[in-house]
Design a protein around this ligand. Sequence first.
Ligand code: LMR
Length: 401
Amino acid sequence: MALPSRALSPAPPDPILGLSEAVRSDPRPWKLDLSIGVYVDESGAVPVMGTVLEAERRLAERCDSKGYLPIDGRPAYGTAIRDLLVGPGHEIARSSRSVTVQTPGGTGALRVAADFLVQAGANRTVWLSEPTWPNHPQLFSLAGFEVRSYPYLDDAGRRLDLDRLLGALRSAGRGDVVVLHGACHNPSGVDPDAGAWRSIADVVEERSLLPIVDFAYQGFGRGIREDAEWVDGLARPGLEFLVCSSCSKNFTLYNERVGALTLVAADAARAAAALGHLKIAIRANYSNPPAHGADVVESILRDPPLRGRWEGELAAMRGRIRDNRAALVDALGSAGPAGDWEPLRSQRGMFALLGLNGGQVARLRDEFAIYAVAGGRINVAGLTPSGLPRLVEALRAVTAD
Ligand code: LMR
């Protein structure tokens, strides 16, 4: 039996990771990579946090086994991630109405969530923001969902269009799944405020929707606790939801694949029952999670001095991203193409959406060796002092006609 013919037809490159491959093979030494969402420092390098290296040193000294982890990972890691998410002492933590399983990255958490919901007979319709992270649609459709989208941004692409968002969610079927970005919306950096989260939760409740919150950037927006403000919007009696956390960015652990899926149920008995089904989804996918990265995270979060240093390192990354945003808006205002750039200053997280068409993104790449994701999503952290003026000049050129 031969491979199916579709397996042999040309496959499109991944819209984000495919660009990293293109950057690597671009011989132009002045190339500027603003594509993939990884934190890079002033010199353009992807740093490893000092606290991560310290935790690794300690782990190496006491490592005495490479045996399998439990299907759902180490319980202490799960508790540490839950507390990072909701804050220790939160009603969700005290009532035991949540369970957290360790996953390979935030993408692993999303896939486990999707498989778990299909396996458990949830509605097979998922609503994604338009725009959203390009991996969301294929991840959910390959898991068996029909993908629908809800509008997210205003026509200028700079601010949340809450009315249109709520209108679309009101048209969803009862029990449909809706993916919400917890903080640092990818690709736009536009986040709902506390009032908007309450309105979203009202519609979620009215329509009995099931939210999956993609929370890959905790600590990159306003702060660790501030970025989790949405939890209070959704933490209502009876409202159940899932959260996909990633430790790739906030612990600089991209290639260790560290994440978690937290399921918040109406009560502890429902959470415990659901855990058994999550374990089936995990076992059928990758059996049990890798240990190392999660051990690093757990060691940092459970050691108060190390945790304090980690929070400092994270605050420094957040601060640099904010400074880069301000420098970008200032530079666009003084020398860039005309446009409403000011909202980019207060948007959150790594990304800014410049609102470019396919031709303009291609010209940035071909003529200026500047790599951005579709729509003109740029990684603000990647703006080095020499790269910023080049970007501004290139933007003027590609938007001129
Ligand atoms: C991104 O959006 O660039 C990151 O989340 C990395 C990825 O896996 O796409």
